[in-house]
Write a protein that binds this ligand. Structure first.
Ligand code: FES
Length: 373
């Protein structure tokens, strides 16, 4: 077997603990307990191995990575391995002294999440009073003169505010604002009814983003992550399975994408047992959907197969029960009607109570609460 090209990015999920309870949380349904998290020493070893493998960029993420008291040591380990570090945070706990310690350890940039343009709506979506902490965190990052990015998951409850969200990002000093339309797998499936936007909402937001992009050209970058349910085009998930990046979970499990642990029959390799080099090059998990040979159905002969890589394996599994099928988001998929039926039937006709409740993310499923009123 010839070796695949090396990865360049590593998503380090340092902990699954998080003060927020977002209804579209991208962490797996089964969260890793704190007692099973890798130590800072093991993370240093993982980062050294990653650098040897070719990784040049890591997102230090969670959960909320600031809940790790040894975060600065992990940043320092990445820095000494020659890896660029970006902190991905809710902002809760990012005080000036903490920022200063992280910057001294070598942290290079911060990506801050926000849920809406204003405190009440943002806190309601997050299920936690956190907007003030986020505003404070943005100021602290600015004072430390680190590049700041804003990340906003877009859905039915905030798409109409996209203009104000862009204003917020500009006011907070973000150099990059990522507007990521919600993806429906994992926890977001519990809330699909409440989160699914209407086609009109999406087209208004898309126009707004286009005009703000022109207005902000050269100062703030706006990134629009496509709503694949509506576009009929599969997204090139993770840049392809085992193609450019890997995810290390808090307990050392290594996955081609953060959600892949939910796929049946995927034996998740672990850095406690195996080298990162073996995991990337030789593990069955990373080779399962790598490249194009595994593809069947319309993907097999499609000219886009090396552009979209057959779409998202986790979405294919969530919607069809078979991770090897073409992502139903693609208009050429035999299962595309599943997505079309969902996209064309937004929950306008559902009882408001059902449409407007979230199942908030918690350590265990089914903490259902009223999201408004
Ligand atoms: Fe797992 Fe797309 S989220 S492959």
């Amino acid at each position: 077997m010839t070796s695949p090209p090396p990865p360049w990015a590593l998503l380090a999920e340092l902990t699954h603990s998080c003060p927020l309870h977002c209804p579209y949380c991208s962490n797996p349904l089964e969260l890793v307990r704190r007692s099973r998290e890798l130590s800072a020493e093991k993370w240093a070893d993982v980062l050294r191995q990653a650098a040897e493998l070719g990784v040049i960029h890591t997102h230090l993420s969670g959960g909320e990575p600031l809940l790790r008291p040894d975060l600065a040591a992990i940043v320092a380990a990445a820095e000494s391995a020659g890896i660029y570090t970006q902190l991905v945070t809710s902002g809760v706990g990012l005080s000036a002294p903490r920022m200063s310690a992280l910057a001294s350890a070598g942290l290079r940039s911060v990506q801050l999440s926000v849920q809406h343009a204003g405190p009440a709506a943002s806190d309601r979506i997050a299920g936690y009073r956190s907007f003030a902490a986020k505003e404070q965190a943005a100021a602290v990052v600015r004072d430390a003169e680190l590049p700041l990015g804003l990340n906003v998951v877009l859905h039915r409850d905030n798409l109409d505010a996209v203009d104000a969200i862009v204003d917020l990002g500009v006011a907070w000093g973000a150099e990059r604002i990522e507007l990521a339309n919600v993806q429906f797998y994992g926890w977001a499936l519990h809330n699909r009814t409440a989160l699914l936007p209407t086609r009109d909402q999406l087209s208004r937001a898309r126009e707004t983003v286009e005009s703000r992009r022109q207005q902000l050209a050269g100062t703030t970058e706006l990134v629009w992550v496509v709503p694949d349910y509506f576009d009929g085009v599969a997204k090139p998930c993770m840049g392809g399975w085992g193609a450019v990046s890997l995810t290390v979970a808090p307990d050392g499990g290594v996955l081609p994408c953060p959600a892949a642990g939910a796929l049946p029959d995927l034996e998740v390799p672990n850095v406690r047992d195996r080298s990162l080099e073996w995991i990337w090059n030789s593990s069955p998990a990373f080779n399962l959907y790598r490249g194009t040979e595994w593809m069947s159905g319309p993907c097999g002969g499609c000219p886009r197969r090396e552009t979209d890589f057959g779409g998202c394996r986790c979405q294919a599994h969530a919607l069809t029960g078979d991770a090897a099928r073409t992502d139903p988001a693609c208009a050429l998929s035999p299962d595309h009607a599943l997505v079309r039926a969902l996209a064309e039937a937004p929950p306008d006709d559902l009882p408001p109570d059902d449409a407007r409740r979230y199942v908030y993310r918690g350590p265990r499923p089914a903490r259902r609460e009223r999201s408004r009123g």
